[in-house]
Each structure stands twice: as C-alpha cells, then as structure tokens.
Design a protein around this ligand. Sequence first.
Ligand code: C2E
Ligand code: CA
Ligand code: CA
Length: 406
Amino acid sequence: MMPSQQSENASRLLVLDDDPDIGQTVRNMTENLGYQCRVTIRPNDFFDALDDWRPTHILLDLVMPEMDGMEVIRHLADRHCDATLIISSGLGNRVVDAASRAASQHQLTMAGVLNKPFSIRDLRRLLGQRPTASPLPRTAAGPLPDITPAMLADAIHNNQIGLAYQPKVRCADATTTVGFEALARWQHPQWGSIPPDRFILLAEREGLIEALTRKVLLQACATLARLRQARGPAADHWSMAVNLSARCLTQFDMADKLVTLCQLHGLEPRHLTLELTETAAMEDGVLALDLLTRLRMKGFQLAIDDFGVGYSSMVQLARLPFSELKLDKTFVAAAGHSREARTIIRSAVDLGHQLDLKVIGEGVENHEALAFLHEAGCDFVQGYYIARPMPREAIGGWLEDREGRC
Ligand code: C2E
Ligand code: CA
Ligand code: CA
C-alpha cells in the first residue's frame, strides 16, 4: 500500500493490527477526521514505517501472531518513540489497562485504550484529546551531564537549588487556593533547570539530602511568609508543602528544629505540610512513628505522598499520624480510561476519610479528571490543569488572574 504523502504538520496515524479489515476500517474512520493513516499488519513493516514516516499517533493491537503488543511496546520504548499511543484489544479491561500502565512506565505517551469492537466516537475521543504525559517526566531540553556527588554538593552550597511552587486548590470549586507544594529545581548556570528526578536519589545516596532539604525548607518558609504578608488574612489557612526523604527522618530533634524555623519566619507549624512517600514513612517503623507523632503533636501537617504505588499497608497508614493522603498521579491520569484506577481512587478517598485524612488528587491534567475526583469526594487537587509549578515571582500574578476570573 502506498503511504499518503507526508506533510510535516499533519497528524499521522500508524496502525499495527494483524486483522486487515480492522486496519481498513480505522483508515476510513480517521481519514474523515483529517488524519493521514497508514496500516501495517506485520511488525517489520510497522517498524519500517515508524522510522520513515514518523507517525504522530500509533494504534497498536495487543495480540498478534508474530510479536505481541508488549514486545512492540518494549521496542518503542527502546527507540524513545514520542508518538502518542493507543492500545486496542479484545482481551478485556484488565489486560489493556495493565498494558497501558506498562507503556506509561516505559515513558511512552499514552492517549488511552480501546476495547474491541470500538466505535468511531471512541477513537475520535482518544485522537482528539491531549495526551497524558508519562508519569516520570522526561529530562529537560538537551542531554544533561553525568551528575557527580561533588557537583551536587557544590550546587547545594552555592544556592543553586531553587524551588518551583505548584498551587493546591479545593476540589469542589477548583479555584480556592489551600496551599502550595515546593518542588526542587537545580538552576544550573550552564544546563538550565535540572528536574529533581535527576538529583534527589543521588542526594539521598550521597548523604546530601539533609543539606538540600534544609535549603528547601528555608526558601519554602520564606516564600510563604512573604505571601502571607502580601495577601493578609486570605492566606491564613494556606500551607506550604515540602517533600521529605526517609533519610530526613533520622533526627529525633527534627520537630524542634522545624518549630524554630517556623518561628523565624513568623509561621505556625500548621502552615507547613511535610510530604512523605509511603516507602520513606515505613522504612524504620519505630523511629518514624516516634518522629511523625512528635511532628503532629507540634501541629505540623503530614501528608502521605504517592499513595497507592509504594509498599502500602493499610495498617501502617492507620498507625502513622498522617493528616493528608495524596493519591498518586498515575491513578488520576488513568481515571479517564481505567475502571480499575477509578475503583482505586474511590476506595482510597473512602479509606482516607474513614481515617480522618484530607484527600488530595495530584496530576490533574484535564477537566474529566477534575470532575471524577470531585464526584469521588476528593478534598483538594493539584495538577497542570490548575497550574504548572511556577517560580516564586509568578505566584502573585497567578493569584490575581484567578481572582479576576472568580
Ligand atoms: P512529587 O512529590 O510526587 O511531586 C509531584 C510531581 O508531579 C512534580 O514533579 C510535579 O511537577 C509533577 N506534576 C504536577 N502536576 C502534574 C500533572 O498534572 N501531570 C504530570 N504528569 N505531572 C505533574 P517534579 O517537580 O519533577 O518532582 C518529581 C519528584 O521529585 C517529586 O514528586 C518528589 O518526589 C521529588 N522532589 C521534588 N522536590 C523535592 C525535594 O525538595 N525533596 C525531596 N526529597 N524530593 C523532592
Ligand atoms: Ca510531593
Ligand atoms: Ca506525589
């Protein structure tokens, strides 16, 4: 079959399905939608087209005689394919959902899944929507250097670790600000902004995380203090969230140090939320219980971060004195197309509420995710649909913009 003539700006859909009838039907459907469509029934032809034709979208059947869809996904990941992927199969929800999760974990960009037989409406919905970013962000523009512990130590010492702030808002109206999460960014003089995924693990491994966290806490508290000064009583209930690694949970006097830090900035402990991942919280059960209990007794807020993806144990969750549960963004991203994800979210919201925790959904990228979280009873939300993480100087403008729109 001759490919349609390639145009740089057109959307190009490449189909791999061993059933030629399905390929032909999809071709008819999508050409009406303005897509150029190319159909392959064998993996070799598919990979040739991938290289020559550079599709913007891929529709992939999971079950094929020569190479199954999971193998194709692995190859796509190895080739750093940046086309938006749709997975289709007649195997039922659980299998396609699992394949979709695997693709996301391989850093592929997923638009969603289709259960066969699917209608043109289903396909149009997926082709038309903004793709869900892979859960682990890709690196910043251009290749980054190999980061050595000495480089990172210097960066911390020389105040190159800055912060981006992402607003958290009330889920019911998606406008009332309840606080911000402070996210570390390494402002490298030569490489620009380096994301935390590139240096937090290294900091933890090399014993630099305490120093890094100190710098983060200082900046985060200073920013909240300034915002409170500028916004007056409206900001009284805002809290600033900071991420804490397990390594930071080893100093028993941490609670006292944090109280002093708050006092220095005219803040109360309730203005600071400490976000811990489940694994961080559970690593040394006894010490964590002592420390976290002290922190809560002093009035700090404690959030369990990335809930649902770590080694979660409901007993541990109930046993540790958290005040907030943050649903992991992979569930929120999948809510639009995965019944399982929706069930997990609903159960986690109920569990959180039963334990008197506020529940926050993060990774909200579109209206559908927001509406679902609202329906599920979630208290707060955070995500690109509300606002992307922003530098301190941009917060005032963002708030004014919101107020203008209310
Ligand atoms: P996290 O604590 O789960 O933070 C949320 C991450 O999700 C942030 O990535 C944020 O930019 C991203 N995000 C927010 N909204 C959306 C959305 O709608 N869609 C998608 N796909 N992503 C969204 P970021 O800033 O790259 O941080 C990555 C991780 O690095 C954080 O995950 C946190 O675990 C860690 N981290 C960041 N700053 C610190 C820090 O100061 N200390 C420690 N220990 N870890 C930090
Ligand atoms: Ca967090
Ligand atoms: Ca998280």
